[in-house]
Design a protein around this ligand. Structure first.
Ligand SMILES: [Zn+2]
Ligand SMILES: [Zn+2]
Ligand SMILES: [Zn+2]
Length: 807
């Protein structure tokens, strides 16, 4: 007889791992116990009648046969003392215990699997036939419904749905794939949808009628709100311009922001957009994200994603979605987060009802609580790499590995301000929260706090284990206030002494640079050059940065280059009104000083004053500001080096976007406008770099000259070529400046991070320029280049700084 203890860590709970082990080990005639241990993983004690049994080769076979969603990080063989006089009579799954490990054994939410889809469609005698919440040991919600670990039904939102007799039998049947599955339910015992907003006790017999009504409401062009897995979605026809317009009118502030589309299947998705082969696999993966794909001309109404070349596409991921398409046929549906603008999605039924009442014609709720809100995740292909924009359902709570060692137990990061996430580390693992959004009001502030604390709870990190808190450099951000509040909570005497846990600020673009280093698995001794380009981040000089070339490592950075700073008269108004940014850019330029009448010419041509809410008065006020000397302007107005703002100005110049209705809109629409343009070599670019500054306004000035003096540029295609040249040239200038700085410093790697790194055209130019010089081009692979990735950079940088500080 031979006995062995085995600990398996990784994502080994909530993926059907114990039932898999049971069947696998039984086939070797092994006896003993299988146990989930908190967030440590799975613990096995095994006994073989054969004294020579080879447990090592058993492990080899096991690794090759694990369930699809499982991920094994480590398998440890530990001695099991024979002195413990136990003789196992059988193989058993025994009750879980509280184990604490470094990882998190909980997987993200898993889209309905193929075998459940078969049960759902075909097995009319099964209790799961046509059940909207159908799931099994290998699929279904996980992160969104678990309150704590270990992964057991009583720790999940399914605790309110005790198994019926039939489900009990299924749970105990070793030949069933729901054997020991924790969170399934069936038509008679599981959660149910209510009829419209009427809170009647849900009844399974009513379900076909409810679905029929839902589908019919959508079919005739109305809008429904559907509570789903991680939140609420607003749904209507995406093939009818009027339905989309109704939704836009009701959402008021959603005039142009693109809507995602749920396609009934891959085949239908192909009819409406171009899907690169490698993205098919992601679209149909268990994560089921939204992917931004190139629209096929004329197949979807223009108002689905006005002015943009792409549309967000997602495939069904729960039973209900399939049921709706069964009734409706193969038509695309708008599928957008059901939130009131700037607020997080509501997840409690009463609040959903209140918020959706004016947006949806009908509201369909169900009686399962959502423990953690999770939006649909969003990915964009950038240079053929799947690049995360919003990392939520299907991804959270997976972690990133810090590429260097640390003795710190845990660090918390509160992220940036817009499109933000928080994060918490345990040792060398960094766990970002789900997507939070814009942390600007009490609701999002509370969401951020709750999401960080939830992650801390799942990871079983005690307050006294928190070693540091990391925040943005901006002292007035809501997230910076949260850092202070958390500091108060965690500042508890350790061993009778007040522990000096501290808040560590990290500059916004440095955090982007560091997130890029983590993403590219770079060790602590490395240094890179990073082009960090976005809309805005608080600079070390307290000015809004966003077109930066940084030389840096994990702990420090130097700003070696940047776009020429332009005064923003009226501050944020320049971000809201691109013509204001254009006017400031032109007024600031040397070209204007030489040729002041250009503004009048251009204003006349573009009818620019028309786009200022206060008309000519406003234009006069702005132009007057530039009559002061330069220092006076700089002391009165913030000045920005942001590439995002510069793209806004170009967007206004070509009359693509004169009012920003959502973040990034002018730049995104500009990308759409120039998509089919051809860049031409109008200029010798060498004159546009002076010292470490890229002289953006001079470049813009010259193109303006060209635009006005050449009547032949009237045609749209020529305008597109001209605008494309402008975007290409500014990108080339960034590359040249970064290359020169890299050469000077002997650095061989140049990377790109920040929100503008989603721009395919700019990224193409940067990559090709940098690779031409035989330097290595770094881009994001798994961490969002946008501000959602900031929290990861904050943690990694803080750990590096503390390490340096203590050495
Ligand atoms: Zn399944
Ligand atoms: Zn049941
Ligand atoms: Zn940023």
């Amino acid at each position: 007889m031979k006995r062995q203890k085995i600990i398996i860590t990784g994502i080994v709970q909530g993926v059907g791992f114990r039932p898999f082990l049971y069947n696998f080990l039984r086939s070797y005639q092994l006896k003993g116990s299988i146990q989930n241990t908190g967030n440590l993983g799975v613990s096995l004690i095994l006994q073989s009648p054969d004294g020579d049994f080879d447990f090592k080769s058993l492990i080899g076979n096991l690794k090759e046969n694990i369930p699809k969603m499982a991920y094994i990080e480590e398998i440890r063989l530990l001695p099991f003392s024979n002195a413990q006089h136990v003789n196992f009579e059988q193989l058993q799954i025994i009750p879980s215990n509280e184990g604490i490990g470094a990882g998190l054994t909980l997987p993200p939410d898993i889209a309905m699997c193929d075998r459940c889809l078969q049960d759902f469609i075909d097995k009319s005698n099964s209790p799961f036939f046509q059940y909207p919440f159908i799931s099994c040991a290998q699929c279904g919600p996980r992160f969104t419904i678990m309150e704590s670990l270990p992964y057991d039904r009583e720790n999940s939102m399914m605790k309110n749905f005790p198994f019926c007799e039939e489900c009990k039998k299924i749970f105990s049947n070793i030949d069933d794939r729901r054997f020991h599955a924790q969170t399934f339910g069936c038509n008679s015992c599981g959660p149910h949808y209510f009829d419209n907003i009427n809170i009647l006790e849900p009844n399974q017999k009513d379900l076909p009628k409810i679905i029929e009504k839902m589908a019919e409401t959508i079919r005739i062009g109305k809008i429904v709100a559907l509570k789903g897995i991680g939140g609420v979605n607003l749904v209507c026809r995406a093939d009818k311009e009027e339905s989309i317009q109704t939704l836009r009118n009701r959402k008021k502030e959603r005039k142009f922001k693109p809507f995602a589309v749920m396609m009934p299947d891959l085949e239908t998705a192909h009819k409406y957009c171009e899907i690169p082969k490698e993205f098919e696999a992601i679209l149909t993966s268990f994560r089921r994200p939204i992917i931004l794909l190139k629209k096929k001309d004329g197949t979807l109404p223009e108002n689905i994603a006005p002015g943009l070349p792409n549309v967000g596409v997602i495939l069904p991921y729960m039973g209900l979605h399939y049921q709706i398409f069964e009734k409706l046929g193969k038509i695309p549906l708008v599928f957008t987060s059901g939130n009131v603008s700037s607020l997080p999605m509501a997840i409690e039924n009463a609040l959903i009802k209140k918020q959706m009442l004016n947006l949806a014609d009908e509201i369909y709720l169900h009686n399962r609580k959502i423990h953690q809100r999770c939006d649909d995740s969003v990915i964009r292909p950038v240079l053929n790499t799947p690049t995360l924009i919003r990392r939520s359902r299907g991804y959270v709570p997976e972690y990133y590995k810090l590429p260097f060692k640390t003795d710190l137990k845990s660090v918390i990061a509160v992220g940036a301000e817009l499109n933000s996430t928080g994060a918490i580390s345990r040792g060398e693992r960094i766990f970002p929260t789900q997507h939070i959004g814009n942390v600007r009001n009490l609701d999002t502030y509370e969401f951020l706090e709750n999401a960080i604390l939830n992650m801390q709870h799942l990871l079983k990190i005690t307050d006294s284990e928190i070693d540091a808190i990391s925040r943005d450099l901006h002292p007035l951000f809501q997230s910076s206030k949260l850092a202070l509040k958390l500091l108060d909570n965690f500042k508890k005497p350790k061993n009778g002494n007040e522990e000096d846990i501290k808040i560590w600020p990290v500059q916004h673009h440095h955090a982007h640079l560091v997130s890029l280093m983590v993403d590219n698995k770079m060790t602590l001794d490395r240094e890179i050059m990073a082009i960090t380009i976005d809309g805005v981040g608080y600079g070390s000089d307290k000015q809004p940065w966003g077109g930066e070339i940084l030389r840096g490592n994990y702990s420090t950075f130097e700003r070696v280059g940047h776009l020429k700073s332009i005064p923003m008269v009226g501050g944020d108004l320049c971000a809201k009104y691109p013509p204001r940014m254009l006017l400031c850019t032109l007024m600031n330029s040397d070209g204007y000083k030489e040729n002041p009448e250009i503004i009048d010419k251009l204003s006349g041509k573009l009818n620019l004053t028309h786009y200022f809410p206060q008309g000519i008065q406003e234009v006069k006020y702005i132009t007057n500001q530039f009559n002061q000397n330069h220092d006076q302007i700089l002391s009165k107005h913030p000045h920005t080096s942001s590439l995002g703002r510069y793209l806004d100005a170009i967007s206004s110049l070509f009359d693509v976007s004169q009012l920003r209705t959502y973040r990034g809109e002018p730049a995104m629409r500009l990308e759409g406008f120039i998509w089919n343009g051809t860049p031409r070599n109008y200029f010798d670019l060498d004159q546009y770099i002076s010292g470490n500054e890229i002289l953006s306004d001079q470049l813009l000035w010259d193109y303006t000259d060209l635009l006005i003096s050449q009547p032949k540029f009237e045609r749209k295609k020529e305008q597109q070529d001209l605008a494309r040249s402008l975007v290409t040239d500014i990108s080339k200038l960034f590359a040249r400046n970064a290359i020169k700085n890299a050469d000077d410093a002997g650095i061989k790697e140049i990377g790109v991070s920040g929100g503008v790194a989603y721009n395919e055209i700019i990224m193409q130019v940067l990559k090709s320029e940098i690779e031409k010089k035989e330097l290595r081009f770094l881009q994001h692979n798994n961490i969002a280049p946008g501000d959602a990735g900031i929290s990861i950079g904050q943690i990694a940088s803080t750990i590096a700084k503390i390490k340096e500080f203590s050495e």
